[in-house]
Design a protein around this ligand. Structure first.
Ligand SMILES: [Zn+2]
Length: 330
C-alpha cells in the first residue's frame, strides 16, 4: 500500500530575528548561526534521503557571509521558499505597497543567493492578511503556508511576553503574535483561498486533528523537557489521528530544534534551549523517522501540486490574465 503524503518544512529563522522579536539589543548587526545549523539539518535529511522546503528570510540572503550556507540548501535539491525580508511578525499590519516591496526584496535576495525564485510563502510568526494573500496570488505563488490552526496562540503569546523585555509600543506591534484564539477554527486540510485574482493553495501548519494542539517539532522539544516518552507518544498520537481523519500532515521544523545550549547560550529564554544539542538532535531524528515511517515525505511545493491535481485544479505557472488573451487571427 502506498503511504499517504506529508510535507516537511523548516522556517530558517536566524538568531537576529529572534533577538529582534524579543527586543534584544544588537539584532541589527544580524548575528547568524546559519553556517552551523544548515550543515547539521542537511546531514539529518541526507541520511534519510528526504527533500524538504526551507523558508528563507530575505535579509539573510542579502548578507554575503550567509551565501555559501544558503546555496548548499538549493544544491542539495531542497525547495527554497520565501519567509519575508524583514521577518516581522506584524506583517499583517503592512499596507499593500509595503507588502509588495517586502516580497520583491525577499524574492530578489533569495534568488540572487540561491539561484531559485520562491513560489511558496510563510509569514513570520504565522502572520498573514487578505492583502498579503492577494499579493501572493497576483505574483503567481503556488501556495501560502502561514495559517496555524490552534487555540493555543494567545497562550504562546502570553508565555512569550512573560519572557521578554518589550516596551508598550513593541508589545502593541506584537499583539497578534502567534494568532488569535479563533485561528483554531481554521481547517487542517489544504484548500484554495476564495476571492483572489489567481488561484492560491493554503497548506496549514498541521496541528493535532480534533484538539488543534501543536504537533510541530519545537513543541515536541518543549514537552520533552518534562518527559521524552510523553513527547514521543504525543507525536505518535498526532500522526495516528492524521491518518484516521485523512489529514496529510505538514510538519514544521525550526533551526533551534537542531541547536542546544552548547551552541547558543544567549537564547536560553527559548523553550527547550537549556537542552544540549545532542539530546535535541536525537528527539528531532526520532520525530522525522516516525513521520517518514508512516508517510511519504515531500516538499511543500509537491504537497500543493498534489492537492491541485487531486482537486482537478492544476493551474500552469504564469497563467495569463484574462485581458492579455489575444484573439486568434486567421
Ligand atoms: Zn519565522
Amino acid at each position: 500500500m502506498t503511504k499517504p503524503l506529508a510535507s516537511l518544512s523548516l522556517d530558517l529563522d536566524n538568531k537576529w530575528s529572534y533577538m529582534k522579536t524579543h527586543g534584544d539589543a544588537g539584532w541589527d548587526r544580524f548575528p547568524s548561526y546559519l553556517d552551523v545549523v544548515i550543515p547539521r539539518v542537511l546531514a539529518v535529511l541526507a541520511e534519510r534521503r528526504l527533500k524538504i522546503t526551507f523558508f528563507v528570510v530575505g535579509q539573510d540572503a542579502a548578507i554575503e557571509s550567509n551565501g555559501a550556507a544558503l546555496r548548499s540548501i538549493a544544491a542539495a535539491g531542497h525547495e527554497v521558499a520565501n519567509h519575508s525580508f524583514h521577518h516581522e511578525p506584524w506583517l499583517h499590519l503592512y499596507s499593500k505597497e509595503k507588502l509588495a516591496a517586502e516580497l520583491t526584496r525577499a524574492e530578489d535576495a533569495i534568488e540572487a543567493a540561491t539561484g531559485r525564485r520562491p513560489h511558496g510563502f510563510r509569514g513570520p510568526g504565522y502572520s498573514f492578511s487578505q492583502a498579503l494573500l492577494a499579493e501572493l496570488a497576483a505574483r503567481g505563488y503556488e501556495y501560502d503556508a502561514s495559517t496555524f490552526p490552534t487555540f493555543l496562540g494567545p497562550l504562546a503569546r502570553a508565555y512569550y511576553f512573560l519572557h521578554s523585555r518589550l516596551s508598550r509600543e513593541q508589545r502593541s506591534d506584537r499583539k497578534q503574535l502567534f494568532g488569535k484564539f479563533s485561528e483554531g477554527f481554521r481547517p487542517l486540510r489544504p484548500y484554495m483561498w476564495p476571492d483572489l485574482p489567481q488561484p492560491l493553495v493554503e497548506i496549514p501548519v498541521t496541528t493535532m486533528p480534533l484538539l488543534k494542539l501543536p504537533i510541530h517539532v519545537s513543541y515536541l522539544l518543549y514537552l520533552s523537557q518534562f518527559s521524552q516518552t510523553l513527547a514521543s507518544v504525543y507525536f505518535r498520537l498526532g500522526l495516528l489521528l492524521c491518518r484516521m481523519t485523512g489529514v496529510q500532515p505538514s510538519i514544521l521544523l525550526h533551526p533551534l530544534d537542531f541547536l542546544g545550549c552548547d551552541d547558543e547560550p544567549e537564547l536560553s529564554y527559548f523553550p527547550a534551549m537549556k537542552m544540549p544539542s545532542s539530546k535535541k538532535l536525537a528527539i528531532v531524528a526520532d520525530a522525522i523517522d516516525q513521520l517518514a515511517a508512516q508517510f511519504h515525505v515531500v516538499t511543500m511545493a509537491e504537497h500543493a501540486s498534489a492537492f491541485r491535481a487531486r482537486e482537478g485544479m492544476r493551474v500552469p505557472r504564469n497563467m495569463p490574465q484574462p485581458n492579455s488573451v489575444q484573439p486568434i487571427s486567421s
